[in-house]
Design a protein around this ligand. Structure first.
Ligand code: F6P
Length: 521
């Protein structure tokens, strides 16, 4: 199958579009890259020597090498916020003194708590990057249970916090408050409910049960946290990369300090691959090139993530934040219109559940979208048949999306099943698949902290490389801020008696009046 060149693309993208138009799917020979123990199969993406050359020219034009060096060396990679985006420094095998010191403090805290069998329960309060990575790792490695009960509260919806506290003994509960800015409303409100809960249960000093993790220790101190219970990270850690910082404390409390070390080692190995592998073998760079082709040349507006692993239930929201907060931009780093489509919407769910939810759309809808299939070679349970079936489903879906089924073959299938010829003919269009839908297959030997760390870093560097290709800043998120400001004004209007204040459209004004008295009951 050959796509048509996209003539609306900027001139510098035309060589890539023409190279894609000459290529075919699947690639004639398999293309499997290896990075930090991961196998990344790009055979079901458009690829050819001409595509590699055209993509390399785009990378060169946008100073990929210099920008990658700036990222990895802690220079200003985030120009609109005038900051580094130095998450790689947090997982380096030989971290700098500040990082090593804070990591040691955190480990000492966990070692002591474990030695004393303290904190039977942990409630982790945080949102976005201060939440998803922790949830992901705790579910991935604690899926079969942990000796500590670990709950999460992110949403401002009071049901989240009520559910998190329900049934726990406050006297043996540690509250971990994770917020880079220590200003996030959801987190501070939920933390306040925790303090009230502790105080209500007669805990003499509720703050002894609180740990604050933040890049603004002064704010945590002013809020009441004890200095010895504040773990810091730095402005140069983007919120969506917080899992690599002291925010990992809850992971260590839930599933062990070694888990953190493994995550760091796997991510560091991938960092090294990203820094040193030549472009044709560089897995995150090749994934970024494939994603740009899918977005800009083939016109796919979304991208599906299908982890064939029940333990990776939180991988999709984690990657949604990573990719969509990073790449949901319309202007380039100089503030000019980006001039081409940027970040695709990311969505998905673990397979095989996903197959019974939305895979029909992937197979036969008019749009479809590329899929990342992620699967482990070995499972950690003993039911071989389950795992073989899981892997079989993963490979089958990928093959069906790639090769499709012609109306002729669909007709033949019907006949082979014994359908009357006319019925087989009638059903053939319904049973045929267009195919030609691109995908990645990422195979982990097993789900270990190391392989998960490598997987997350793979997506981080893919996202960064897309930022370079599109010449946008993948490290800011100004769009989120506007909604936060509006919510603060609307909250005031809803909470105060009298006419709503502020400039609002007619519909918002209607609901401000209608909901003013109902939201507080
Ligand atoms: O969603 C916007 C955002 O700023 C994210 O980047 C961040 O992960 C989240 O809010 C939480 O922020 P904080 O850690 O400062 O509470």
């Amino acid at each position: 199958m050959h796509p048509t060149p996209n003539n609306a693309l900027p001139g510098r993208w035309q060589p890539l579009a023409h190279a894609v138009a000459q290529a075919c799917l699947p690639q004639p020979t398999s293309k499997i890259l290896q990075a930090a123990g991961l196998h990344i199969d790009l055979s079901a993406q458009y690829g050819s020597p001409d595509i590699t050359a055209a993509a390399q020219a785009l990378l060169d034009e946008h100073n990929f090498n210099a920008r990658r060096n700036a990222l990895l060396n802690g220079d200003t990679a985030n120009p609109t916020e005038l900051r580094a985006a130095w998450h790689t420094a947090l997982r380096a095998a030989a971290p700098n003194r500040d990082v090593a010191h804070e990591r040691q403090r955190m480990m000492d805290f966990v070692h002591l708590a474990d030695a004393e069998r303290q904190w039977r329960n942990v409630i982790h309060i945080g949102i976005g990057g201060s939440d998803w990575g922790v949830r992901l790792a705790v579910a991935a490695f604690g899926y079969a249970g942990t000796w500590r009960t670990v709950r999460f509260a992110a949403n401002i919806d009071g049901h989240a916090m009520a559910g998190a506290m329900a049934g726990l003994d406050p006297r043996d509960t540690l509250i971990v408050v994770a917020s880079k800015s220590f200003t996030t409303t959801e987190t501070l409100e939920n933390a306040q409910r925790a303090i009230e809960w502790l105080a209500g249960a007669g805990v003499a000093d509720p703050y002894r049960h609180i740990v604050a993790i933040t890049a603004c220790p002064d704010k945590a101190l002013a809020w009441g946290a004890h200095p010895g219970h504040i773990f810091k990270f730095w402005e140069w850690v983007g919120g969506r990369f917080s899992i690599w910082s002291s925010v990992g404390l809850t992971i260590a409390l839930a599933v062990g300090i070694d888990t953190l070390a493994g995550l760091h080692a796997g991510a560091a190995a991938l960092d090294n691959h990203f820094a040193t592998a030549p472009v044709p073998e560089n897995a995150p760079v090749q994934m970024a090139i494939a994603a740009a082709i899918n977005r800009n040349i083939l016109g796919y507006g979304s991208h599906n993530i299908a982890p064939y692993d029940h333990r990776l239930g939180h991988l999709v929201p984690y990657l949604q934040q990573l990719e969509m907060e990073s790449l949901g931009k319309s202007v380039d780093i100089n503030g000019n219109p980006a001039g081409l489509a940027t970040g695709a919407a990311v969505w998905g769910m673990p397979g095989t559940d996903a197959q019974h939810t939305f895979f029909q759309w992937l197979h036969q809808s008019s749009d479809g979208c590329p899929v990342d299939f992620i699967v482990c070679q070995h499972a950690d349970h003993t039911w071989a048949q389950h795992h073989t079936r899981l892997v079989a489903n993963c490979l089958a879906q990928r093959e069906a999306l790639l090769n499709g089924k012609t109306p002729h073959n669909a007709h033949q299938d019907g006949l082979a099943e014994g359908l009357p010829p006319q019925r087989a003919q009638q059903l053939a269009p319904h049973r045929s698949h267009a195919g030609g839908r691109p995908s990645n297959l990422i195979v982990l030997r097993e789900l270990s902290p190391y392989s998960l760390g490598a997987l997350l870093a793979l997506y981080e560097h893919k996202t960064f490389t897309l930022g370079v290709l599109w010449n946008i800043n993948p490290f800011d998120q100004w769009g989120v801020e506007h909604g936060k400001t509006l919510a603060a004004g609307i909250f005031r209007s809803l909470s105060q008696p009298g006419a709503p204040t502020g400039n609002h459209d007619a519909s918002t004004l209607y609901w401000l009046k209608a909901l003013q008295h109902t939201t507080t009951t």
